[in-house]
Design a protein around this ligand. Structure first.
Ligand code: ADP
Ligand code: MG
Length: 448
């Protein structure tokens, strides 16, 4: 099935096509779009944590608001699309997007209707009734198997809901799905303001960090972070490790960690990263002491020990006071910080000391003028518990996408958007079919 973009609404020309919109992404952003009277198919990432049918953390929803507001104020109507969780192509009632719509409605102070399905006659009707300044949220696009397969027919159905496509789902930009990549091959496409600011903040880190530049990596597992650690070793001056990640590195450097979480399969990788760091003169800070607990539960017995002699039947669940002091000293001269992953099992307050101390330290550094970028749902949650999230230079909402970007990998959802300054209907080369090509080359009328 081939889909041809519908003509621009009568009398509405792309007034603002320009090459002067400097964008860090190098991509065409909504600042180059005259959205007046347009129906925008806007991909957002509302993949938020839910508990008992309520949104626990609405950071990702709030992060999408600048783009939504800009488009509505410009006189567009918006068809919002997102996924939530992993329903694997089936309808899962617990993964409906209504709770997300309620949060958005609360912040926008306007109605945000949801559809019962991303497709279907009822949805077509609701979309057709949208007037400028109004919006609706399609039901979870992953209820359809075509979404994750980037099925062209499914993409075409979604594309029929918009005159233009805006991708603001940075957190899903590493996935080539129908609503991130497929639609971009059909409609004139732009990136939103969140996508732009995420890419800008992360590119600045990689390309021109003020030095010294420190990465702090914690969290549960090394496995998802090996690639980013390897990439970061080539960029940073200092690498501080905590959490379960540090445990695997402790094993790699010859220590035993008792019952602590660590990944035997990752020990070799950790050794390689340590070797790489030594070759490059990157300082690696491993915990010198830790809080060990009988069990990883609330109310259990715990004590501080040196990481030289971690007891065989205990779990290391947090950094100890000497390690926290070492982190503080090491960060003294640092001008750029990238932090991903809590330093301990912070969900249990007794094991959250290092994470809380680091959060305060990061806030102090940011206030003193350092660039502090924090990524990862749990790390951001820790900052929010302390009311410190707002102090950071940038909070990356991306999760996996942020990590892949930092690894230097191309994000398909970003790659597929035409470059800044491209005329309105330019489609990505890979998707140029004969009809689409003709349309794309047709002269575009300017209204003023
Ligand atoms: P983020 O979401 O910030 O990227 P991760 O998801 O990688 O962070 O890791 C967060 C998880 O790591 C938390 O659930 C935390 O309890 C766990 N964690 C941190 N330190 C340890 C540790 N020493 N042992 C076991 N789990 C840990
Ligand atoms: Mg996490």
């Amino acid at each position: 099935m081939r889909f041809v973009p519908r003509p621009r609404p009568e009398g509405i020309g792309p007034r603002r096509i320009a090459t002067s919109f400097e964008s860090a992404t190098g991509k065409r952003t909504i600042r180059e779009l005259d959205a007046r009277g347009q129906r925008v198919f806007l991909r957002v990432d509302f993949n938020v944590p839910l508990s008992d049918g309520k949104v626990v953390d609405d950071s990702r929803i709030r992060a999408a608001i600048p783009t939504i507001k800009a488009l509505l104020e410009d006189g567009a109507s918006i068809v919002l699309a997102s996924h939530l969780g992993r329903p694997d192509g089936k309808v899962v009632d617990g993964l409906r997007l209504r709770p997300a719509a309620e949060r958005l409605a609360h912040h926008l102070k306007m109605m945000v209707p949801t559809t019962g399905d991303a497709l279907g006659v009822g949805t077509d009707d609701a979309v057709n009734r949208l007037r400028p300044g109004e919006l609706l949220l399609l039901e979870n696009v992953r209820f359809h198997a075509g979404e994750e397969k980037n099925d062209s027919a499914f993409a075409a159905r979604l594309a029929s809901y918009g005159d233009v496509f805006v991708n603001d789902a940075f957190g899903t930009a590493h996935r080539a799905h129908a609503s991130t990549v497929g639609v971009a091959g059909i409609l004139p496409s732009y990136v939103g303001l969140l996508m732009e600011s995420e890419v800008e903040a992360l590119s600045n880190l990689l390309d021109k960090p003020a030095r010294p530049f420190a990465a702090i990596v914690g969290g549960g597992k090394v496995s998802g972070k090996v690639a980013v650690l390897e990439a970061l070793i080539k960029k940073v001056d200092l690498l501080i490790l905590g959490g379960g990640v540090a445990n695997t590195f402790l094993v790699a450097s010859g220590r035993s960690v008792g019952k602590s979480l660590y990944e035997a399969k990752m020990v070799e990788h950790a050794r390689r990263i340590l070797k790489l760091a030594a070759e490059r003169g990157v300082k690696v800070l491993l915990p010198v002491d830790g809080v060990v607990a009988k069990e990883v539960t609330r109310g259990t017995e715990f004590k501080v020990v040196s990481t030289e002699k971690l007891p065989a039947s205990w779990h290391m669940v947090d950094l100890g006071p000497d390690s926290i002091n070492a982190v503080r000293d090491a960060l003294g001269p640092v001008k750029t910080i990238l932090w991903n992953g809590p330093l301990g099992v912070f969900e249990i307050p007794a094991f959250g000391t290092a994470t809380r101390e680091l959060a305060k330290l990061a806030a102090e550094k940011a206030e003193a003028g350092a660039t502090v970028v924090v990524g990862g749902g749990d790390s951001i949650a820790a900052l929010q518990q302390l009311n410190l999230a707002g102090k950071m230079t940038h909070l990356s909402t991306g999760g996996g996408a942020s990590l892949e970007f930092l690894e230097g990998r191309e994000l398909p959802g970003l790659a597929v958007i035409p470059t800044s300054g491209s005329p309105y209907e330019t489609l990505p080369i890979a998707w140029h079919g004969p009809e689409v090509e003709k349309k794309a080359k047709a002269p575009v009328k300017k209204s003023s």
